[in-house]
Write a protein that binds this ligand. Structure first.
Ligand SMILES: Nc1nc2c(c(=O)[nH]1)N[C@H]1C(S)=C(S)[C@@H](COP(=O)(O)OP(=O)(O)OC[C@H]3O[C@@H](n4cnc5c(N)ncnc54)[C@H](O)[C@@H]3O)O[C@H]1N2
Ligand code: MOO
Length: 415
């Protein structure tokens, strides 16, 4: 991964430095709630969890078959003297006998292996014979072989995925302590914006950012405490920010963050708090701003200003805002996942900013080859909606067909 390194261009912050700063700036919320396990998907564990039981709880069979004591087997076979379904109490295997047993059923005391029914046969006297060489311990799942009662099961900061949910359920745990939801106030700025469902005059633009950000926040289990559209007027932005800092942990705002006189977000942040950084050497997403409202970043309300261009807002959210949100949730930080793939296309170099090209991997040649999913303008949502990843184009390095470039899968941003 020699391509991903610090690099600044024309006063803009390097993407990966910006990501580090977002990660470092986050302070984990120290407020928690107890929720039922079935309502905890995607939430973040607020405390470490230890195993409450040995897993497996008893020695048990890994197969439908027969449990036996190997040394008892004779050329004349073994009589089947017991039948043990899953859920039965633990029994003892009488000497010189075998037990019919089913997957997950407790191994009878004295048995030292299980033969799968496909590898055994019963003669006319219902005596068991083996078709395979068996070793002691075969097809037995031992008590506590995965984890013992009291051992660490999950650390604080772990996200409750379906597998984590199952791991907790397997321990009999019905409710968990999770970080409370992050309260987010969501603003979209722009006189041109109208809401989906409203009639559209020429020059007006549907507010896709609010819909997208609401969805992105829902994916992260944030609580949207305000969702407002703001006109391009400094008083309106000031007023909205002043209200939001009282009710939210984080303000997320799109648009109005560039340099034109209709862009009022930076000014409002400076009047009510301060800027940590503004401007990142990435395309799309250059005018990304991070700051705070109130006394300081630590004591005030954090504010993330995303570009108005919808794909810039999306990329800024995924690469820069998410590490901060995760940190506030107390989540164990994720490394950015990326790997090299071949490019199936060519593109001219960008002289100032790294570009994140919206691509899809084609596997039809037995290896992944990246192709663009459509127009790469930062206002063009189609390519973003069709992409499965971003191909990272370094500054002053064109993309050449057949060469390898870092690919950043999008799936990592939804978990
Ligand atoms: N002179 C310069 N102009 C621009 C620069 C620059 O460096 N110098 N940077 C450009 C880049 S890059 C971007 S990105 C944009 C970002 O500008 P803003 O964040 O201030 O966003 P707006 O100007 O408000 O809007 C830009 C664009 O996005 C549309 N938009 C805004 N909000 C929404 C929304 N909620 N849903 C859908 N679309 C939205 C808006 O209509 C504009 O088309 O600045 C460049 N300019
Ligand atoms: O950085 Mo802007 O999002 O390229 O258009």
């Amino acid at each position: 991964m020699q391509h991903i390194c610090d690099q600044t261009a024309r006063g803009m912050l390097d993407i990966f430095e910006a990501r580090r700063r977002m990660t470092a700036a986050a302070r984990a919320l120290q407020e928690f709630e107890i929720v039922p396990l079935e309502a905890a998907l995607g939430r973040v564990l607020g405390e470490a969890v230890s195993a409450e039981h040995d897993s497996p709880g008893v020695d048990n069979s890994a197969m439908d078959g027969y449990a036996l004591r190997l040394a008892d087997m004779t050329p004349a076979g073994l009589p089947v003297v017991q039948r043990i379904p899953a859920g039965a109490d633990v029994t003892a295997l009488p000497p010189g006998g075998a037990a019919r047993i089913f997957t997950g059923a407790p191994l009878p005391q004295g048995a030292d292996c299980v033969v799968a029914q496909e590898q055994a046969w019963l003669d006319e006297k219902e005596r068991l014979h083996l078709d395979a060489e068996l070793a002691k311990g075969a097809n037995i799942r031992r008590r506590g072989e995965e984890i013992r009662r009291g051992e660490p099961l999950l650390p604080a900061g772990k996200v409750l995925t379906p597998a984590v949910t199952a791991l907790l359920a397997a321990q009999g745990i019905a409710q968990v302590c999770v970080t409370r939801r992050l309260k987010v106030a969501l603003f979209s700025t722009g006189d041109e914006l109208i809401e989906p469902g409203e009639p559209c005059r020429p020059g007006q633009v549907y507010n896709s950012n609010a819909a997208m950000l609401q969805a992105l926040l829902a994916e992260q289990h944030c609580e949207v405490v305000a969702r407002e559209k703001l006109v391009d007027n400094p008083d309106a932005v000031d007023d909205a920010f002043a209200r939001a800092r009282e009710q939210a942990d984080l303000v997320v705002c799109s648009g109005g963050v560039s340099v034109g006189e209709e862009d009022h977000v930076r000014g409002a942040i400076e009047r009510q708090g301060g800027i940590v950084f503004h401007g990142v050497a990435m395309k799309p997403g250059k005018p990304f701003a991070f700051g705070w409202l109130g006394e300081s970043l630590e004591r005030g309300t954090a504010l993330i200003g995303l570009p108005g261009n919808p794909v810039g807002a999306l990329v800024g959210w995924q690469l820069l805002a998410l590490p901060f949100v995760h940190g506030c949730q107390g989540r164990i930080p994720d490394e950015l996942m990326h790997f090299s793939v071949e490019s199936g296309f060519e593109t001219k170099a960008n002289k100032a900013r790294r570009e994140l090209l919206r691509v899809r991997l084609d596997w039809s040649q037995g290896k992944p080859v990246a192709y663009p999913t459509g127009g790469q303008g930062s206002h063009m949502l189609g390519a973003a909606a069709a992409a499965d990843g971003y191909l990272l184009m370094e500054v002053e390095e064109p993309i050449k067909k057949g060469h390898g470039y870092e690919y950043i899968p999008l799936s990592q941003f939804s978990s």
